[in-house]
Design a protein around this ligand. Structure first.
Ligand SMILES: [Zn+2]
Length: 95
């Protein structure tokens, strides 16, 4: 949790200091952060967040790539897309 809190602080400072590039994202305040370690997006269900079984998420990001050890991992919309894409490359998943 500490890592994420720090990252969030850094991002807020950067947003305050610089341009409106990320304005839309900064204005939205969600309740749940994406559990992918290097991702700082919101993962609320209403903005496309998804929940995956931990084991299925580990297949794509690895344990060190996830910032949770819960049995279910919450990911943002773009991470879910990445996950789905990675899974698509594994034909065994769908047979
Ligand atoms: Zn994410």
């Amino acid at each position: 949790m500490g890592f994420k809190a720090n990252a969030r602080k850094r991002r807020q400072a950067a947003a305050a200091a610089s341009g409106p590039a990320e304005k839309k994202q900064e204005e939205y305040v969600g309740e749940k952060k994406c559990d992918v370690a290097d991702c700082d997006n919101w993962a609320d269900k209403k903005i496309g967040g998804r929940r995956l079984a931990f084991d299925r998420a580990v297949d794509v990001w690895g344990e060190s790539g996830l910032s949770t050890e819960a049995r279910r991992v919450t990911v943002c919309k773009s991470c879910y897309r990445a996950w789905k894409k990675a899974k698509k490359d594994e034909p065994t998943e769908w047979t």
